[in-house]
Design a protein around this ligand. Sequence first.
Ligand SMILES: Nc1ncnc2c1ncn2[C@@H]1O[C@H](COP(=O)(O)OP(=O)(O)OP(=O)(O)O)[C@@H](O)[C@H]1O
Ligand SMILES: [Mg+2]
Length: 246
Amino acid sequence: MIEARGITARHGDNVVVRDVSFDVADGESFGIVGESGSGKSTLLRVIAGLHRDWSGELSVAGKKQDRDRPHDFGRVVSMVFQDPYGSLHPRQTVGRALAEPLIVQGIRYDAARIDAALRDVGLDASHRARYPHQLSGGQRQRVAIARALMLEPRLLLLDEPTSALDASVQADILALLRRVRQARGMSFVLVSHSLAIVEALCERAAVMQQGSFVEEVSAGDLRRGNLHNSYARELFAASRGFRRAF
Ligand SMILES: Nc1ncnc2c1ncn2[C@@H]1O[C@H](COP(=O)(O)OP(=O)(O)OP(=O)(O)O)[C@@H](O)[C@H]1O
Ligand SMILES: [Mg+2]
């Protein structure tokens, strides 16, 4: 699903992603953990085609990618953003937000299609006419996930999908994501600063520090703390006290 070789990305003069290489298999869920500012969101945005200042080689779903992505790229890949409030237009109803990816791709739709998408994420038709500020944080994130799933992409990029939510809502959203991935057989790349969330959702993960991947591990090794890199071990030790069963 993803072949990334030597990806380097800049913000102005700053190199914020440094020579990163990794693969994600079809149907696999790959996690990226690391501290704030380590370049996780920027790397995800490079894959999504939203950040243009990068070099290296990137293939997505077997196709080599340039800075500009094909118009139908959204049918293959979509992204759920770190801040669900920011990713939904405040003056767009939920129904309109869900219709938009279809409109952009010139796909005909009806209200039943929108309602089915709402049902898939545990909402119902009554939410269709609401505006983002009329939803709870968890409901907003469900809408953002529903929107990202509208075109039935093969790859979902998730940037801290639950960081803005309290613990019980976090668990609901993680369960939703797990169910969606199982039902659709999609691939995930999930960014989080929580090792517990990555363990819960991913088969493999990379630890990122100051723009570089310093270690790649299986979820099992992550769970057991079987890590070689000193920074990765520190991250593991720090997360220990905060573990919950998701
Ligand atoms: N639009 C921008 N313009 C300039 N610098 C930026 C921009 N976005 C991010 N950066 C810088 O790039 C670096 C990596 O940021 P990035 O958002 O990728 O980190 P992150 O790992 O996602 O952090 P967090 O966990 O806080 O979300 C940081 O030093 C940040 O200040
Ligand atoms: Mg980020």
